[in-house]
Ligand binder design. Structure first.
Ligand code: AMP
Length: 291
């Protein structure tokens, strides 16, 4: 694996790969890698000839400076994990590489309200930052395929919208959520949970799975009430649980009127904010595939 590459060295290496007829898969991350990230590397290895992973803790998507400061940075462990996973290139840019003062990196597209609900409502400006960094990274890497996790449902929906709006040639592949043995969705933040909360955090996926079972007998408001009550246990504070149309991300009133339905939630476990989701009615026409 070629490691810690900067913009120009990465671009000239990828040019050679492309000239040799190789397809390129790209996995953007913020580091502190876990098995969920590695599953994206595996998906890229399976689909494309060359896998590029970036590690960049993007300042423009943090609305809380403290959260940015506390974000775990574990580069040497990450590099070893990527090497074991047979990633070909690790791109490790600095802030000035991604946002050089000479280049306008802003992205002027209408997100059509996809960014205002759920995560967007609680993290103002977050998705503008995500769109800005992913667009800039796509410009640098120019991959054939982009691999993202279903874990961040709203994020990949917005990135698919951006790809469509800006006519990117890159195809988005969405990969399933990897979970810890107790069902907790893997996340870099899980390391910061105390062991008791980490064990009890299984309540989140249990609740989502219950909703999947109850979807044919409960109304949407009954599902929401059931879930918010179930997750209201000592140490936990559910911030939102929305049952949404997977295309528009708007809350729905009745499952019957929608062909793609997802339950998305954010829950505080102590002072750690966890997100998770479950697709309870899969899209009939496949958009970005969950591979
Ligand atoms: P992050 O480093 O948190 O920005 O995540 C980088 C990518 O990994 C995003 O596309 C996430 O959706 C994906 N990801 C994070 N956690 C998981 C997980 N548990 N399973 C699968 N993919 C994940």
């Amino acid at each position: 694996m070629q490691t810690k590459l900067k913009v120009h060295t990465l671009q000239s290496a990828l040019k050679k790969e492309r000239n040799a007829g190789k397809s390129i898969g790209f996995v953007p991350t913020m580091g502190a890698l876990h098995k969920g990230h590695i599953s994206l590397i595996n998906a890229a290895n399976n689909k494309t000839d060359i896998t590029v992973c970036s590690i960049f803790v993007n300042p423009t998507q943090f609305n809380d400076p403290n959260d940015l400061k506390k974000y775990p940075r574990t580069l040497s462990v990450d590099a070893a994990l990527l090497k074991d996973a047979e990633c070909d290139y690790l791109f490790y840019p600095g802030v000035n590489d991604i946002y050089p003062s000479a280049i306008d990196t802003s992205v002027d597209i209408d997100l059509q309200g996809l960014d205002t609900r759920m995560e967007g409502a609680f993290r103002p400006g977050h998705f503008e930052g995500v769109v800005q960094v992913v667009n800039r990274l796509l410009k640098i890497v120019s991959p054939d395929y982009l691999f993202m996790g279903q874990k961040d449902f709203q994020q990949f929906t917005i990135i698919q919208h951006m790809i469509n709006e800006l006519n990117w040639h890159t195809k988005l592949e969405v990969c399933p959520i990897l979970r810890e043995p107790n069902g907790l969705a893997m996340s870099s933040r899980n390391e910061r949970l105390d062991p008791e909360l980490r064990r009890k955090a299984s309540i989140i996926f249990q609740t989502l799975s219950d909703l999947d079972k109850k979807k044919n007998t409960f109304s949407v408001p009954e599902m929401i009430t059931y879930a918010m009550n179930k997750m209201d246990i000592p140490g936990f504070n559910p911030e939102y649980l929305d049952i949404i149309d997977g295309n528009t991300l708007e809350p729905i009133a009745d499952m019957k009127n929608h062909d793609y339905v997802v339950v998305c939630t954010a829950v505080w476990a102590g002072n750690i904010r966890l997100i998770d989701n479950i697709i309870i009615k899969p899209a009939t026409t496949n958009k970005s595939s969950v591979t």
